[in-house]
Write a protein that binds this ligand. Sequence first.
Ligand code: C2E
Ligand code: MG
Ligand code: MG
Ligand code: MG
Length: 287
Amino acid sequence: RAKQKSRGTISLYQPEMDQQIRDRRVLHQDLSKAIKNGELSLAFQPQGVAGHTVAESEIIGFEALARWQHPVRGQVSPAEFIPIAEESGLIVEMGEWILRQACGEAASWAKPLQVAVNLSPAQFAHGDVVGLVHSILLETGLSPGRLELEITEGVLIEDFDRGLALLRRLKALGVRISMDDFGSGYSSLSYLQAFPFDKIKIDRAFVINLGRNPQSAAIVRAVIDLGHGLEMSIIAEGVETIEQLAFLAKEGCDGVQGYLLGKPLPIGQYARLIGRAETIELALKTG
Ligand code: C2E
Ligand code: MG
Ligand code: MG
Ligand code: MG
């Protein structure tokens, strides 16, 4: 089969590639049914202030992370299914579900903690992201000040003017915007200057190497200074050790997120942090 050739073209046929494409196609078909089949859910990962110890790192919010429980494959990583959802346009519907779910959840907490939701590039490029955020805030009753939208580098660059206008309109709603995975892409300093981010999330790659190479420490220090100079707050992602936490606190980093404070888990696992007693949950369920 691999020997078949179309005239005048050089065949780059590779069976593994073919398999990958078929996998993606099947996954895409399954994904399109995932929402209505109830296979999607959200995991919540705590975000704390950067204290010198875990006990001093008070939890002030959570990042909502999408999870897909595939009926046959089990858990599929968002790193795998989000790109498929983006390419196929499914992300618009899925992103809406995620945002509604996250805001509704946060609105039900007894404590007014923050909730951070990831927005994908496609949601910015297509769909009416401002209208969506606005209507979901009204619908769920979540105070806009409690919602943070995470976007990755590059999302705004494709159409600079439009990107800037969208960010300004989102901020006018009262929500905050954070730049996710800072340092992992085409970050440029002018980008930070041009767009009104409230927060910079330092990519995990720099945090992992904090104890291992002095360059990472220098970069993290510089990003903290830079962000503060631009009146943005800084959170480090992927904090796994006490040493990393202590270094970040010492350098004046504002926030931390990572396995050290807690893994992404169903919100029920964090019932105490959100001030949800079982009795409150029951009362809400029975109306
Ligand atoms: P992200 O937004 O940078 O999310 C952080 C990722 O780092 C999460 O992976 C989280 O589980 C992982 N992580 C957090 N702390 C640690 C740590 O201490 N150590 C290590 N090794 N990993 C840690 P996850 O959940 O697999 O998500 C991967 C990416 O998928 C996210 O990166 C985000 O870009 C995307 N994603 C996840 N949920 C959504 C969503 O609802 N919408 C959109 N558009 N993208 C999403
Ligand atoms: Mg994120
Ligand atoms: Mg991130
Ligand atoms: Mg990341």
